[in-house]
Design a protein around this ligand. Structure first.
Ligand SMILES: [Zn+2]
Length: 485
């Protein structure tokens, strides 16, 4: 048997830490990097008699995530206790959701730019829960210590159906999910800080089989590349294990990016091992149609809709569309400039190319100018001056720099610096005559049929007009004078 006789079956769980001011069930602040055990209270320390109070904003954020992923919403949702013992979980259980999560039955479609374009990855559920604390094993040589600052931080968990078949497909799904979530303003979605954590469930089966194989869950993945690498390794490991007569054990494994291998961490519990039951200290959460409508109205344009608008409606090349999809500030300037009447395909390279270059240059010399704060009307006017022949592209770049430095309008700068392109043949006559007089050799060469010699004459005219002559007109006028054509 070869690897092609097998297929991978993968589902992905993503935990997203919500950017709320306070924790899920108490008023402690949510903050990254504070001194250990300073952001705690009786509720998140699980002291006897302390009662949880759900964070309304976290619930709103969770519903926002669910709606953005096309989920149906349980109008009456509920929190449940998930019982397990672990040193970073002070209560001995986690408040999570079991059979009444906020969102269920959604889907995320992979984008037209993916090799898996159009694949719909079904979202099984979107639920809300609290994060655990953090065990730290390298702070003390003799013992492990625990920091409970993170305990009780609101987390949204997004679980797919086992719809993914390929490591690259998982990678593309995670990138599209990250983009979608980053548009919602509910989390910083920072993988390195652990705000977004991905755990794929990987199993393999013989091609054509319908039953699912035994799955392993991989943890400790803090980049999408690691997810892809870990999944490739895990699929190969499982196939080799089965082919050599062994069987896959249901367990949680951790990825080691240094060795490029996964290793067993602990046996994975089945749902019934967690003895879920409804959280008795929190009443069911009801969401009215009016509340749902309000959350829906705040969603804004999705990345998928924006991508379609840029690529299909406006016809932008995908490299420009991609920059705007991932840079909301650039996208906002682009949209506003197009709204001022500028041609979309003409605006895009100015923002992605010239403004980006100005931004980098200013960053290098620590200038505080925010180049993206340029008035959209100014940028639109600059492009109009190029389109009607008033400015050459080179001079337009100079004007752009001056607009950014001074905040003046392009027209004002063109007037002040006398930059308008000379586009009348009469106005060019003295410069044309001077160029012919100064370059007799080049004139002879042109008459002898050496077309390239005209470059020297055009250059002469551009120099004497300080770059303001319209090059096409200079070329044409020179030919008329020299060749009489
Ligand atoms: Zn607390």
């Amino acid at each position: 048997m070869s690897a092609s006789d097998w297929e991978a079956v993968v589902g992905v769980e993503v935990h997203l830490q919500l950017a709320t001011e306070s924790k899920m069930f108490c008023g402690c602040p949510v903050r990254f990097g504070a001194p250990p055990n300073t952001l705690v209270c009786p509720v998140c320390l699980a002291l006897p008699g302390a009662l949880p109070v759900p964070n309304a904003l976290a619930i709103r954020h969770a519903i926002r995530v669910a709606l953005a992923l096309g989920c149906s919403i349980h109008r009456e949702s509920r929190f449940d206790r998930k019982n397990y013992f672990y040193p970073d979980l002070p209560k001995g259980y986690q408040i999570s959701q079991f059979d009444r999560p906020f969102g269920y039955d959604g889907a995320l479609e992979l984008p037209s730019t993916s090799a898996f374009a159009g694949h719909r990855i079904r979202i099984r559920r979107v639920h809300l829960e609290e994060d655990t604390g953090k065990l730290i094993h390298d702070a003390d040589p003799r013992q492990s210590v625990v920091d409970l600052n993170r305990a009780g931080t609101p987390l949204v968990e997004i679980v797919t159906e086992p719809d993914l078949r390929d490591a690259d497909e998982v990678y593309d799904y995670l990138r599209e999910l990250h983009l979608t979530l980053s548009y919602l303003g509910v989390s910083d979605c920072d993988l390195e800080k652990g705000s977004m954590r991905c755990e794929p469930n990987v199993s393999v089966r013989r091609r054509g089989a319908t039953e699912l194989g035994t799955k392993t869950e991989v943890k400790n993945l803090n980049s999408f590349r690691h997810v892809r690498d870990a999944m490739r390794y895990e699929v190969t490991r499982q196939i080799e294990l089965i082919e050599s007569g062994g069987s896959v054990v249901q367990e949680t494994r951790s990825w080691n990016p240094e060795t490029g291998r996964t290793a067993a961490m602990r046996a994975k519990e089945e749902a019934h091992d967690y003895r879920y039951f409804p959280e008795p200290d929190i009443a069911p959460i009801t969401t009215s149609e009016a509340e749902l409508d309000a959350i829906r109205s705040e969603l804004g344009e999705s990345p998928a809709a924006r991508r379609a608008r840029y690529l299909e409606t406006l016809g932008l090349p995908s490299e420009h569309a991609d920059v705007f999809l991932h840079d909301p500030a650039m996208a906002a300037l682009f949209d506003a400039t197009v709204a001022e009447g500028a041609d979309a395909k003409a605006v895009a390279p100015w923002i992605v190319g010239d403004l980006q270059r100005e931004r980098n240059e200013r960053a290098e010399r620590n200038a505080s100018t925010d180049v993206l704060a340029i008035a959209p009307a100014s940028l639109a006017r600059l492009l109009a001056l190029v389109a009607d022949g008033t400015l050459s592209t080179a001079l337009a770049r100079e004007v752009l720099t001056a607009v950014l430095d001074s905040g003046e309008s392009p027209d004002r700068i063109v007037e002040e610096r006398d930059l308008a392109q000379i586009s009348s043949a009469d106005a060019l006559t003295p410069a044309i005559e001077a160029a012919i007089e100064a370059n007799p050799r080049a004139v002879e060469d042109i008459r002898a049929g050496n077309d390239k010699a005209i470059g020297a004459l055009v250059g002469h005219v551009m120099r004497t007009t300080k770059g303001k002559a319209n090059p096409a007109l200079v070329n044409q006028s020179l030919r008329e004078r020299i060749l009489g054509a």
